[in-house]
Design a protein around this ligand. Structure first.
Ligand code: CP
Length: 333
């Protein structure tokens, strides 16, 4: 028996947002289109819309974050939701309270949505399966499994610069194996029908199932970069490695670091991406991270509109507040 994915309602609408499994091209495109509707709000003097007024979003980050946590907080505030940032260091989880008991407390405080980041793969799904009906869970990154809103904001950024995915050559460099971002990007690129996806890195850091993920393994970076439209650097996820998988940062940069010289092997209008945090001089040279082909900070800004889209669509599916048209209400001049 196949169990239904818990992120979908019986009518196929998103009730949680946990990963990109089972998400159709139509749904993914609708999220990106909805985010495009929200993006101009950031350019206004008054950067709020009343879509989630009266709703409460709790940020539950069991692992460090700068971009994801702040973007979710700001996105929720732009939708006029109340936001709780639970400080898990000073919360009662530090006194031994179990995860489920902490969840029961937050349920009792009448939260509508939990944004969850956790070091364990599957944590967001576990919470979604144990949470009271009517509360939505959005995955802010779980172990090395998935970081679906990062995947979406990366697709949003690529689409803005390049349009049609079917014509694109996309290269992911470095620690693919331990990267939840890489998994979500590969899933999204497959759903959107990217022309060619290449992964390059030390064999110890590239998963054996790269082809099943829709990517071709290329051993040498210089070969992988030939004709590339989109280049994505990834941080070495040392916190998820069992033992040394790379000899040293300097040696990694020598073989797999994105330098200006290497970047010249890609198409002249190739864009350089990185989910952050970046380690300059390890996976990417500082002048490339700051260079004119870099869209790294655009990715961060895209995270606001994309998370507004995800939160409004998911919370909308719980109530009569549903965003049937998946347009961004209140968006206008
Ligand atoms: N890209 C990303 O997840 O960054 P943070 O760890 O800062 O949230």
């Amino acid at each position: 028996m196949t169990l239904a994915h818990p992120q979908f309602d019986s009518d196929g609408a998103l009730r949680h947002f946990l990963d990109l499994d089972g998400v159709s091209r139509e749904t993914l495109t609708t999220i990106l289109d909805t985010a495009e509707g929200f993006a101009p709000i950031g350019e206004r003097k008054v950067r709020t819309v009343p879509l989630l007024r009266g709703r409460t979003v709790a940020n539950l980050f069991f692992e460090n974050s700068t971009r994801t946590r702040t973007a979710f907080e700001l996105a929720a505030k732009r939708l006029s939701a109340d936001v709780l940032n639970i400080d898990l260091v000073s919360s009662s989880t530090a006194k031994g309270e179990s995860l489920l008991d902490t969840l029961r407390v937050l349920e009792s405080l009448q939260c509508d949505m939990f944004i969850v980041r956790h070091s364990q793969s599957g944590a967001a799904r576990f919470i979604a399966q144990h949470i009271a009906p009517g509360i939505a869970v959005v995955n802010g990154g779980d172990g090395q499994h998935a970081h679906p809103t990062q995947g979406l904001l990366d697709m949003f950024t690529i689409r803005r610069h390049k349009g049609d995915f079917s014509q694109l050559t996309v290269v992911l460099i470095g620690d693919i194996r331990h990267s939840r971002v890489a998994r979500s990007d590969l899933a999204a690129l497959k759903i959107l029908g990217a022309g060619e996806v290449r992964v390059v890195g030390p064999r110890t850091l590239v998963p054996a199932d790269a082809e099943a993920l829709g990517a071709r393994f290329v051993p040498r970076l210089d070969d992988a970069l030939q004709g590339a439209d989109v280049i994505m650097g990834l941080r070495l996820q040392r916190e998820r490695m069992n033992g040394a998988k790379v000899p040293s940062s300097a040696e990694f940069f020598r073989h797999f670091g994105l330098s200006a010289e290497r970047l010249s092997l890609a198409k002249p209008d190739a864009i350089v991406m990185h989910p952050g945090p970046t380690n300059r001089g390890v996976e990417i040279a500082g002048d490339v991270a700051d260079g004119k082909q870099s869209v790294i900070l655009e990715q961060v800004t895209a995270g606001l509109a994309v998370r507004m889209a995800v939160m409004s669509m998911v919370l909308g599916s719980h109530t009569s507040n549903r965003v049937e048209s998946h347009q961004a209400p209140g968006v206008g001049p």
